[in-house]
Design a protein around this ligand. Structure first.
Ligand SMILES: Nc1ncnc2c1ncn2[C@@H]1O[C@H](COP(=O)(O)OP(=O)(O)O)[C@@H](O)[C@H]1O
Ligand SMILES: [Mg+2]
Length: 413
């Protein structure tokens, strides 16, 4: 045991007596978290990678250019960690057409984007909410919007006991604080976020994530909201100009270790081990983001040249190409709107890009056709398959109301 990070409180829930963990407020103490040489080296490498991501984001005239795809990429990956099957391709298609195969999953991803957009707007507005429990609750409300979240007390700190891993509190891997402890624990976290602290902000954002997951303040959505908190903090603390980092890529790749590291903070006080792991994940994700940004930028340059040399090229076709990074999936109606033009002109623009091999029709239908910016999407949606990395034990075994009603259901059978 490196240090004690909280106390256990005996509580009765669902007729069982269990030990719920109540974390001490941040920062880590007794001993404080110091950054020994290997961690400092790790921090420096990660800081460099994050700075490169900032630079990559500045390559293009509009910051939104990469942000559009990268925010959605994070939304998809973070949701996949929780078992969502939707892919980025599904989400982009849904945004262009209002149709989707896995509609509920896709909506969940869109909710994440809404929650992030909402929180950033509040933080950017001098009259908006500061980074606070209230802001997180409001973001949670948006994350849980729709049928799936309706019974998850959207926007509210939980009022009942939850647990992680296992079918009931008694055999759970981890029982977070009793509900009556949650408001104070969250208030303490909020306070620490606004207090000066000698730890580097990049490290602090990682600590805040662990603390949030340990408190597990909501009935559901804690994983996604806790990762969204990292994105908000990195921007708020000036490490990135916008949420360009899709950190969940690295967490998804090492999901097992991600959960183990969270647990080890609680059970062994291992903040150092967490910090090492988290910094490595940030570095990996930032480097991936830089590589993808460079490839996308390069692709557009190549395609612009190619199109200029294409026979029969029109100005609307060139204009459409420039808009594709923000709309990599389009329909004819979409292009009419984007170019503020007529149907024949829009059709022609699409036809030119199709002939150049840049756009590809994806439905095979004659009506309601959908076009994808093929090579661009290939780069952006690499790592798109939900695959076996999504939600192994213990994510699936989440308590929450879903399993609660499961077990209630079983009793009836
Ligand atoms: N052993 C653990 N200790 C603390 N937190 C954990 C542990 N295992 C998983 N978690 C966190 O809990 C999250 C899942 O909680 P949940 O409320 O279901 O979030 P979501 O609905 O976004 O899935 C995981 O993504 C992870 O961040
Ligand atoms: Mg969940």
């Amino acid at each position: 045991m490196k240090r004690e990070t909280g106390i256990y409180k005996t509580t009765t829930t669902a007729g069982e007596t269990v030990r719920a963990f109540v974390p001490h407020p941040l920062p880590p103490l007794n001993p404080p978290l110091l950054l020994p040489e290997p961690l400092v080296a790790r921090l420096n490498a990660t800081t460099t990678a994050v700075q490169r991501l900032t630079l990559a984001g500045a390559m293009v005239p509009s910051a939104d250019w990469f942000l559009y795809g990268f925010v959605r990429k994070e939304a998809v990956l973070s949701s996949q960690i929780e078992g969502t099957q939707a892919t980025l391709q599904d989400v982009l298609t849904y945004e262009a057409t209002d149709r989707a195969q896995r509609l509920d999953d896709v909506r969940e991803v869109c909710n994440y984007v809404d929650a992030l957009t909402y929180a950033r707007r509040e933080l950017a507005n001098p009259k908006g909410l500061p980074l606070s429990v209230r802001l997180l609750c409001e973001a949670h409300r948006r994350l849980m919007q729709g049928a799936r979240g309706a019974d998850k007390q959207p926007g509210q700190l939980r009022r009942s006991q939850n647990w992680i891993g296992g079918t009931r509190p008694g055999n759970a891997r981890f029982v977070p604080p009793p509900p009556e402890e949650v408001p104070a624990a969250m208030a303490a976290l909020e306070k620490w976020l606004h207090r000066p602290d000698p730890l580097p902000p990049l490290v602090r954002a990682g600590l805040a994530h662990v603390q949030f997951e340990t408190i597990h303040p909501f009935l559901d959505g804690n994983g996604r909201l806790g990762r969204l908190l990292i994105a908000l903090l990195l921007e708020q603390w000036g490490l990135l100009p916008a949420p360009l980092l899709y950190l969940s890529l690295a967490f998804r790749r090492r999901q097992q270790e991600y959960y183990e590291r969270l647990s080890a903070v609680r059970s062994a006080g291992d903040w150092e081990g967490w910090t090492d792991f988290y910094l490595e994940c940030v570095r990996e994700a930032a480097e991936d983001g830089v590589a993808v940004a460079q490839q996308l930028f390069h692709l557009l340059g190549t395609h612009r040249k190619q199109l200029l040399e294409q026979r029969g090229v029109t100005i609307p076709a060139l204009q459409l190409l420039e808009l594709l990074p923000l709309h990599p999936v389009v329909t004819l109606n979409g292009v009419i709107e984007l170019l503020h033009t007529t149907k024949p002109t829009a059709s022609k623009a699409i036809a030119v890009l199709e002939a150049a091999g840049l756009l590809r029709e994806t439905t095979g239908r004659n009506r309601d056709r959908v076009y994808g910016y093929r090579e661009y999407l290939e780069v952006l949606t690499r790592d798109d398959a939900p695959g076996p990395h999504s939600a192994p034990e213990p994510a699936r075994a989440q308590s929450k109301s879903r399993s609660k009603s499961d077990s209630a259901g079983r009793r009836h059978h």
